[in-house]
Design a protein around this ligand. Structure first.
Ligand SMILES: [Zn+2]
Length: 241
């Protein structure tokens, strides 16, 4: 039985937490940030056609902002971004959210420190996923950013929260903010959406370099102590403090 629409209006028509209230400015900011970050996926060559997506948790709310499904990157605007609650249900926006929304929402619900999630089918990383192989930590840039190998997770069907489940299960116990999903692509997480985009860029860069290295001969893993030292230095000391 469908509820009486007068008694139980469509979620988008209900007191819209994305348009009014204390979270409104945070939602607007997240819409702008997420729209802009999609351009980074294109600029860094991580996506083809409309594949790939970025989302952000809206600070101070139980909301996320994500790309609309199947819209060309050149046409994305802050206004076209979709606001959903953390169960993945749309609460604001005209368009349908990305088909990966339920998985993004699952990640936010189960990883409270995560403020941004990115998904791509970037070529080199996905070639490792196609083989079902983790990317071994054989270069300092990987120790810095990922603190070890980039792990491989199981295959999961698209559309529900199974991918989110696979991401959370694989990343727990890893320092890596990136996971390869078998036969599919890459998910990355970060404290912010920008951090997650950075991880996606670095993951593809590492996937390419390690692939090329292996074409020329055997890979030499970095010793665990060296990886720990590099990771600590990069996370705690590198850059402007
Ligand atoms: Zn995908």
């Amino acid at each position: 039985m469908s509820p009486d629409p007068a008694m139980n209006p469509h979620p988008a028509a209900r007191a819209d937490p994305a348009a009014v209230g204390p979270g409104a400015e945070a939602v607007s900011q997240a819409r702008r940030t997420v729209a802009e970050l999609h351009a980074e996926l294109v600029r860094n060559g991580l996506v083809a056609w409309t594949s790939g997506n970025v989302s952000a948790r809206v600070p101070g709310t139980d909301l996320l902002v994500i790309k609309p499904s199947g819209v060309a990157y050149a046409d994305l605007t802050a206004e076209s971004m979709v606001v959903c609650d953390l169960s993945g249900t749309r609460v604001s926006g005209e368009l349908s959210p990305s088909s990966d929304t339920a998985s993004h929402a699952y990640i936010y619900r189960h990883m409270p420190g995560v403020g941004g999630v990115v998904h791509t089918h970037s070529r080199y990383a996905t070639s490792w996923a196609a083989r079902g192989e983790p990317i071994p930590c054989v270069i300092t840039a990987m120790a810095d950013e990922f603190g070890g190998e980039i792990p491989i997770g199981p295959f999961a069907p698209i559309g529900g929260e199974e991918i989110g489940r696979a991401v959370v299960a694989t990343l727990s116990g890893h320092r890596s903010p990136a996971v390869l999903l078998r036969s599919h692509g890459v998910f990355t997480v970060g404290a912010t959406a920008r951090d997650a985009v950075k991880a996606a860029v670095m993951c593809e860069d590492a996937a390419c370099t390690v692939h090329l290295a292996r074409l020329g001969g055997q890979l030499t893993p970095l010793p665990p102590g060296q990886i720990d030292a590099l990771y600590r230095r990069y996370q705690d000391e590198y850059g402007q403090r």
